[in-house]
Design a protein around this ligand. Structure first.
Ligand code: SAM
Length: 261
């Protein structure tokens, strides 16, 4: 067997080596033979091979082409692995689902932390073709995703994720489980997109613009932060006090703000 690759910092490479966490992730995903599982960032295959063993086929998206030949060689005996050499942010999941002949994909991955938010927003934009997502992220990001109104860490990520998915933090993973260890704690989260009717009640671009403006200066009132987007009358017509601050609004309030004429 060839020597393990030297992990590349600029690709956010921290390879999971503790088997018990691999097992817990695979048990959480619980892939079935009929699933189209897509792994983001397979790296050396810590999750790929066990997921592939359970699913029988798997599509993996990896940016670092140096890792791909060894991964393919190791997978050959396990099942059908397709590796797409690409930046995941350029992958059209709707086209991928069509090509794989399924209505929805199941995504999984120990994400590269340097672009975890862009990846999450890219996945949200494709929520119609995603059945669920199991992601390893920085623990602090998982906490922000699941945060409730009133909490200091409740913000843009919490609102946008909770309007699109159920967010279930599953378990924490310490730095020592990776090679090399990251500087931060990690956690695994399950995201399940809500039914389309629940996600399409307001124009997503409008919701995003309002949420972004409202949290840009979180100590200021909505009348102030939303000035360029909505006037105080419109905020009132949505049934919301213009003197309130973004951090006190629940995700549904942002939908109402986006729906008001
Ligand atoms: N899944 C492996 C594991 O658990 O050991 C590796 C996880 S490592 C944290 C992140 C992986 O994502 C690396 O293999 C890295 O090369 C890959 N990666 C980084 N940026 C990427 C991108 N934009 N698109 C696809 N893969 C990327």
């Amino acid at each position: 067997m060839s020597a393990p690759a030297r992990p590349k910092k600029h690709f956010g490479q921290h390879f999971l080596h503790e088997k018990r966490y691999v097992e817990r992730i695979v048990a959480a995903v619980a892939p079935r033979a009929e699933d189209a599982v897509v792994e983001i960032g397979p790296g050396e295959g810590a999750l790929t091979l066990p997921l592939l063993a359970a699913a029988g086929r798997l599509t993996a998206i990896e940016l670092d082409d140096e890792l791909i030949p060894a991964l393919q060689a190791r997978a050959a005996a396990v099942g059908r692995l397709e590796v797409i050499r690409a930046d995941v942010l350029t992958v059209d999941f709707a086209a991928l689902a069509r090509r794989l002949g399924v209505p929805r994909l199941r995504l999984a991955g120990n994400l590269p932390y340097y672009i975890s938010s862009p990846i999450l927003f890219h996945c949200l934009a494709h929520a119609d073709v995603i059945a669920d997502m199991h992601f390893m992220l920085q623990k602090e990001v998982v906490e922000r995703m699941a945060a409730a109104p009133g909490s200091k860490i409740y913000g843009r990520l919490s609102v946008m994720l909770q309007l699109a998915c159920t967010v279930v933090p599953l378990f924490d993973v310490p730095p020592g489980a990776f090679r090399p260890p990251p500087k931060v704690d990690s956690a695994v989260v399950r995201l399940t997109p809500l039914p389309a009717e629940a996600r399409h009640r307001a124009d997503p671009a409008r919701v995003h613009a309002i949420v972004k403006a409202a949290f840009a200066q979180r100590r200021k009132t909505l009348a102030n932060t939303l000035k360029g987007v909505l006037d105080a009358n419109a905020i009132e017509r949505a049934g919301i006090d213009p003197k309130a601050r973004a951090e006190t609004l629940d995700p549904e309030d942002f939908v109402r703000l986006a729906q008001v004429d």
